[in-house]
Ligand binder design. Structure first.
Ligand SMILES: NC(=O)c1ccc[n+]([C@@H]2O[C@H](COP(=O)([O-])OP(=O)(O)OC[C@H]3O[C@@H](n4cnc5c(N)ncnc54)[C@H](OP(=O)(O)O)[C@@H]3O)[C@@H](O)[C@H]2O)c1
Length: 285
């Protein structure tokens, strides 16, 4: 390992989110100093307020860049570039960018950050498994026992946020990952109905998957009062992005020298946490 001695903290943007908190936990466990970058952090960081960026970057050695809400929304590539330029300006050369697969704007965001000349590693990810169990739009439907989605039979190799965090920590602590783009997936292509079915079977609950068209889904979400921008984003994700990435990759193996975790590993561990537990009356079998 060419791990550098780390006395200055690593800034972890989205450090309380699905990938960020796992990175913070791993680095802290190794005795490596971290600074959380989010609106609720002790040094607040807000993508919407550029005046918060420089204080967050003050005296850090590296940064994990997780844009919010999504790297592919309008303005995101420009924002991450501006952040990377400011980081370089502050002598923070080592940047690890969290990105998405098969999305034109996400890939443009990657180039924007790479073109600054910083020492960049791109961690380009499939849909996170944890969207089914941690703060996200799928958790409520899973708990309610009915998942209405326009996902059809499209295949997706969901990736475990634990694998993403392992790769990000490796990249943040070992210079051999500079210049790499790691595309991360699990080893198995699945449909959304498959995923919901595995969660239902393992948690012993009835969870119905209800297929709808993208138009029906958008209309239903709007009726429920989901903000228009978010409805548009979900429509884009299911209508245009899902299905573009129906192949598995060797990114976890290349970065870490081990196999990625399977959806079954995630489901087994998540059932054990109790987040999917339901009242006894809802149980099947
Ligand atoms: N979810 C997926 O399946 C997936 C797949 C591929 C790529 N990605 C990419 O991963 C990134 C993160 O997405 P996620 O869904 O996993 O979210 P997440 O990291 O779970 O998001 C929550 C985090 O963002 C912070 N945050 C919220 N609003 C913020 C703001 N205005 N400024 C700064 N920080 C803010 C939150 O902390 P505070 O509330 O304290 O601010 C929290 O730390 C996105 O860029 C997305 O494109 C996601």
């Amino acid at each position: 390992m060419t791990e550098t001695i780390q006395t200055k903290p690593t800034l972890v943007l989205g450090g309380t989110g699905k990938t960020g908190y796992r990175i913070v936990d791993r680095m802290t466990a190794r005795g490596l100093p971290v600074r959380i970058g989010s609106r609720s952090a002790s040094i607040p960081f807000d993508w919407e307020d550029e005046s918060t960026w420089a204080p967050a970057l003050q005296d850090v050695r590296a940064a994990y860049i997780s844009y919010f809400p999504d790297i592919s929304i309008p303005g995101a590539p420009e924002a991450v570039r501006a952040f990377a330029e400011l980081a370089l300006d502050r002598d923070v050369r080592r940047l690890v960018l969290l990105s998405g697969r098969g999305e034109e704007e996400a890939q443009r965001a990657e180039r924007e950050v790479q073109e600054t000349g910083a020492d960049v590693t791109v961690v380009r990810c499939a849909w996170f498994m944890q969207n089914f169990s941690e703060v996200d739009f799928l958790v409520g439907p899973i708990l309610d026992g009915e998942v209405v989605l326009p996902a059809g039979e499209q295949l997706e190799p969901f990736v475990d946020a634990d694998d993403i965090a392992d790769v990000a920590v490796a990249a943040l602590t070992d210079d051999r990952h500079i210049g790499e783009t790691y595309e991360l997936t699990s080893p198995r292509l699945m449909t959304f109905p498959d995923a919901v079915g595995e969660i239902a079977a393992a948690s012993g609950r009835r969870i119905d998957y209800v297929p709808v068209s993208v138009e029906e889904y958008a209309a239903g979400a709007a009726e429920l009062g989901v903000p228009e921008e978010f409805v548009e984003f979900l429509t884009y994700l299911f209508g245009e992005v899902l299905g573009n990435n129906a192949y598995v990759t060797d990114g976890v193996q290349r970065a870490l020298g081990r196999q990625p975790r399977d959806f079954a590993d995630y489901v087994r561990d998540t059932v054990a946490t109790g987040v999917w537990a339901a009242p006894t009356a809802d149980r099947v079998g």
